[in-house]
Design a protein around this ligand. Structure first.
Ligand SMILES: Cc1ncc(COP(=O)(O)O)c(C=O)c1O
Length: 397
């Protein structure tokens, strides 16, 4: 650090130049992220609430009340308006909290059954909490295989995890069947709807054929649902909801020294952002079900355009028809890594999985971006196909 501070203008000039390298959502080039440009109204509110610390709720009782209200609003979308929970730093923390509660519900057991599609946050949770993940294979629709799930249950099983919107493909596991299994075996069932939580309730309003995944199912004890993904909220804003508020006492730790008075913490973090929570509350109030339904409707319209476009391009295809606004693109013609590299060379920020490229059609993505991407994909496939044919020709000499 330099001895003397610089004038604000000089710092800003340097900052601006250093930040230029970062991608922006407005560019339309980010097609592989589950995050989004935050809603303008939420940003305004967020900036006004930067000093609010939910780690010391006695100092900020009004903000703490807004957190409860936000959780109840989210709960009402998940068939449980009296759910307990917190706005946390993200889906990772939310899943860790759920696993922490599950583990403490029966400390004699340490096995958690997860689909192989489970997010890496469960590996982190297992590492931190000394849990053993029992990974269950997927069926042909990329959902957790129910028969194998049943077979995986042992006297050590403490919990099952189902995903409502997998990271790779946006697939919804058969949560209703997992719920029955959980009830029959008295196991904790956590649903990771970090992405799907802000999609499925609104898809249900648009069309009726949405699988059940929430507290309406008796076995579901907790749900992750992230406002900083499809909820349009500024980072950090994850959501963890518990069927019963009292469940959180299983991880409660009393913090005696706080300026606002001793408090029971039921989150991983101590000091934590109140601004995020206020921003989430603001958006839920401002957009309402109608606003979020419009957002999801637009994303799904563009998702269909993208899916149709991919199917028209020779050499690539869909992994499966999209359930939500996530599209998996595969190729039987050339290595998927080559396609991803060519697309990245053209500036597209896409996600690469083992056998496919993932596009997430977030609210910042517009029709023009989809059309430009499809044009580029077609060009890339032409180029790679020509290269492939040339190498085939030369190898036949
Ligand atoms: C299904 C699912 N769960 C959890 C997470 C973790 O969320 P975060 O990155 O906010 O910690 C993700 C992230 O993509 C996800 O897709």
């Amino acid at each position: 650090m330099q001895e003397k501070g610089l004038p604000q203008k000089a710092v800003l000039t340097e900052l601006q130049s250093k930040l230029q390298e970062d991608h922006t959502h407005n560019s339309g080039k980010i097609l592989g992220s589950m995050c989004n440009a935050p809603h303008t109204f939420a940003k305004q509110v967020y900036i006004k609430c930067l000093e609010k610390n939910l780690g010391d709720p006695g100092l900020f009782p009004a903000t703490a009340r807004l957190e409860r209200e936000a959780i109840h609003m989210l709960g009402s979308l998940l068939s449980n308006p009296t759910a307990g929970g917190h706005i946390v730093s993200g889906g990772t923390e939310a899943n860790i909290l759920a696993m922490w509660v599950a583990r403490n519900s029966n400390k004699k057991r340490n096995e958690v059954i997860v689909p192989v599609s489970a997010h890496i946050s469960f590996d982190k949770a297992a590492d931190l909490l000394n849990l053993k993940l029992i990974r269950v294979k997927l069926n042909s629709m990329f959902q957790i295989d129910v028969t194998t799930t049943k077979e995986a249950i042992t006297s050590k099983t403490v919990a099952i995890v189902g995903i409502a919107g997998t990271t790779e493909l946006g697939v919804v596991d058969p949560i209703a069947e997992l719920s029955e299994i959980a009830v029959d075996h008295d196991l904790y069932l956590h649903v990771d709807a970090a992405f799907g939580g802000f999609v499925l309730p609104f898809l249900k309003i648009i069309g009726p054929s949405v699988p059940e995944f929430d507290f309406g199912l008796p076995g579901v004890r907790s749900i992750t649902m992230d406002p900083h993904k499809m909820g349009l909220a500024p980072i950090p804003a994850g959501g963890i909801l518990f069927r019963e508020e009292a469940t959180m006492n299983l991880i409660g730790k009393r913090v005696p020294y706080l300026a606002g008075g001793a408090t029971e913490h039921t989150t991983l973090l101590g000091t934590r952002s109140g601004a995020s929570t206020v921003a989430v509350w603001t958006l839920l109030k401002h957009l309402g079900k109608e606003g979020y339904t419009t957002v999801v409707k637009n994303c799904m319209r563009l998702t269909r355009k993208l899916a149709e476009g991919v199917q028209r391009i020779s050499g690539v295809n869909l992994v499966i028809p999209p359930t939500m606004n996530i599209v998996g693109i595969k190729s039987d013609m050339v290595k998927i890594e080559l396609i991803a590299q060519e697309l990245r060379n053209k500036g597209w920020a896409i996600s690469l999985f083992l056998n496919h490229i993932r596009i997430v059609v977030m609210p910042h993505v517009k029709l023009l971006h989809i059309e430009t991407f499809l044009n580029d994909l077609e060009m890339v496939m032409d180029k790679l196909d020509k290269g492939r044919r040339l190498s085939l020709d030369s190898s036949s000499f």
